[in-house]
Design a protein around this ligand. Structure first.
Ligand code: EPU
Length: 352
């Protein structure tokens, strides 16, 4: 279906239009599209949950409505589910939890669709979607054929894959993703307070010694993760946002050491700086912490604001924020974190 001058769906709730919007509901209808006649550039979206449109889009927005789900039989405790790129990602997580299949439960309640999840390598609570992806089926716009790309070939990184960069970005359209889900319990509860939250919620012994995950189910972990997210992150139906606006920066150990030193000089030897190992001589420092230290939590700028409960999230506070309100706030935050800590934050949200 080709539409002209329609509003582009986006969870930031920016009122922006595309010259042309094309939605297809099967691989056959995608293959029938005459790309040569569409206004350029082409840009493929999911539910627009990780995008900031900085104005109307002069080109063609593509969207997948492919909603198929095909599952294999169980082999060695593994079920392969091949899921259409237009399926809502959390519907997939719910389906897996109801089936008792492990692998997606920590990724519950993330907005967006299956195709975008594989492009962006979404992650939460110690799991990235790449951990459970085996292959990605794509339409190759240049050769006009469907291809299967293995997860290894996607060069997955932190919120990154080949699909976010040229040439793959301009060449492939994801039509389906195959996930490897497990019938055997494999709870991953090491992130933050997840383990204790699970214990509190259900009284099940979720300690590391409970290696078989006895008493735990993916549905239960899904429920706990969903509650945590609801408590920290704005619900897209209520407040416009694109989730985490910035990436958590990875810095040299020496940068972390000097931040810690100056903090201890100011607040005493007990002072700490939150951080996680991120490879040899590298640490990840939560951007939320850096932004909060610079005093931005709850700050309102025009129609935009820094979310009070999680300063990594910029919101459409008034409901009528302009793209420029968000862009200005972004610059103010980047500048202040840079001048205070010497760390350059980079956005996680794609700007168009
Ligand atoms: N923190 C603060 N102040 C706050 C909130 C957090 O200082 O108000 C610090 C704390 O030290 C906390 C740390 O930030 O321990 C980490 O916070 P949190 O667990 O909320 O996670 P995050 O690093 O801020 C990342 C992802 C989220 C994901 C969570 C949970 C990125 C950019 N964001 O956020 O993903 O849900 O971990 O795994 O990696 C998203 O990508 O849109 C997203 C929401």
């Amino acid at each position: 279906m080709i539409q002209k001058g329609v509003e582009i769906p986006n969870t930031f709730r920016m009122k922006v239009k595309a010259d042309c919007f094309v939605e297809y509901d099967s691989e056959e209808t995608l293959a029938d599209i005459d790309f040569d006649t569409l206004p350029k550039p082409l840009f493929h979206i999911g539910s627009g949950s990780n995008l900031l449109f900085t104005g109307d889009f002069h080109g063609t927005i593509l969207h997948s409505g492919i909603k198929s789900v095909d599952t294999s039989s169980v082999v060695d405790g593994i079920v392969e589910a091949t899921v259409g790129s237009g399926v809502v990602f959390d519907d997939l997580c719910e389906w897996a939890a109801v089936q008792g299949l492990w692998g997606l439960e920590n990724l519950s309640h993330i907005p967006g669709e299956v195709g975008a999840s594989a492009v962006q390598n979404i992650g939460a609570y110690g799991v990235e979607v790449k951990d459970v992806i085996s292959t990605i089926r794509c339409y190759d716009i240049l050769e006009r054929v469907f291809v299967e790309i293995s997860a290894d070939e996607c060069r997955y990184g932190y919120r990154d894959s080949i699909f976010k960069h040229r040439p793959a970005k301009e060449r492939y359209i994801v039509t389906a993703v195959t996930f490897r889900l497990s019938t055997v319990a494999q709870p991953r509860l090491d992130y933050g307070h997840l383990r204790s939250a699970v214990e509190t919620a259900c009284g099940v012994n979720s300690s590391k010694e409970n290696t078989h995950g006895t008493g735990l189910t993916p549905a239960l972990i899904r429920q706990v993760v969903t509650e945590i997210r609801k408590g920290k992150l704005p619900e897209p139906e209520e407040i416009g946002s694109a989730g985490s606006f910035f990436k958590n920066p990875v810095v040299d150990q020496s940068v972390y050491d000097s931040i810690l030193k100056s903090r201890q000089a100011e607040f005493g030897a007990e002072a700490t700086v939150p951080h996680y190992p991120a490879g040899e001589n590298l640490v990840k420092i939560p951007a939320a912490w850096l932004i909060e230290q610079c005093g931005w939590k709850g700050y309102i700028h025009g129609g935009a604001a820094v979310y009070e409960k999680q300063p990594l999230v910029l919101i459409n506070h008034s409901g009528h924020a302009l793209p420029s309100d968000i862009l200005e706030l972004e610059s103010l935050i980047i500048d202040s974190v840079h001048s205070r800590f010497g760390i350059l934050l980079s956005p996680e949200v794609d700007h168009l």
